[in-house]
Ligand binder design. Structure first.
Ligand SMILES: [Zn+2]
Length: 89
């Protein structure tokens, strides 16, 4: 994500520090926090893409559980019953 270079303010959204001394952040902690926030947002977007491709909502199942079941069912059809599938869960 590109941000405009502004050395007068910390680059982390929400941080009100006036100095952007380290890679435009006020401190290494602020930089690390922002990098982690960006990573979380990217993972969140990927996860939501997966979850919301589940069009049909089943009773007693979350979208996550439905997506997982779809993937497991598909994998079993492709590879056939395996030793793993015979294990009690
Ligand atoms: Zn900061």
């Amino acid at each position: 994500m590109e941000r405009p270079l502004d050395y007068s303010k910390c680059a982390r959204p929400g941080c009100e520090e006036d100095e952007g001394r380290i890679d435009n952040y006020c401190s290494v902690y602020c930089r690390d926090i922002d990098e982690l926030n960006i990573e979380i947002a990217q993972l969140d977007a990927k996860y939501n893409e997966l979850i919301f491709s589940v069009a049909n909502k089943y009773p007693d199942e979350t979208r996550h559980e439905t997506a997982l079941r779809y993937i497991q069912e598909r994998e079993q059809r492709v590879s056939g019953p395996s030793e793993v599938s015979e294990c009690a869960l």
